[in-house]
Write a protein of this length. Structure first.
Length: 134
């Protein structure tokens, strides 16, 4: 795998979420702390959507993980996010590398993140940018 072994998660895979997939990620990766990416967060249903934005001060809060085995992890992560080979177009998410500002070091890191690819028209925006905030 080329790129990075870091993953930025902003929704149901975050630390504190109890789903089977979140527990699997937490067992297969090391939590490095919180971070932020430039973008806007929307509620799709029981899960959020991150849409990148290049201008403005909008940020999304999430967790940064170092994957123990990125190649193995992305097999099940891509399946969970329903992206990649085997899923009909247009896929809901796309895995890309983005700049993540680390909360603990205030430094820029390159990390994989799943961006939402469909229209957000009519979806409620999460103004705080933090899925875990009420």
């Amino acid at each position: 795998m080329t790129g990075t072994d870091l993953l930025f998660v902003y929704g149901t895979l975050r630390r504190g979420c109890g789903s089977v997939e979140a527990q699997r990620l937490h067992a297969q990766a090391t939590w490095l702390g919180q971070g932020r990416v430039r973008g806007r967060l929307y509620r799709v249903d029981w899960y959020p959507a991150l849409v990148a934005c290049r201008s403005g001060g909008d940020e999304v809060t999430g967790d940064i993980y170092r994957l123990n085995d990125p190649d193995a992890a992305f097999v099940w992560l891509d399946h969970y996010e329903e992206c990649g080979p085997g899923f009909a177009a247009p896929q809901e998410y796309q895995r890309v590398i983005a700049q993540v500002e680390s909360g603990s070091r205030v430094a820029q890191e390159r990390a994989w993140v799943y961006l939402y690819r469909r229209s957000v028209a009519g979806l409620p925006r999460i103004a705080s940018g933090d899925w875990l905030l009420p």
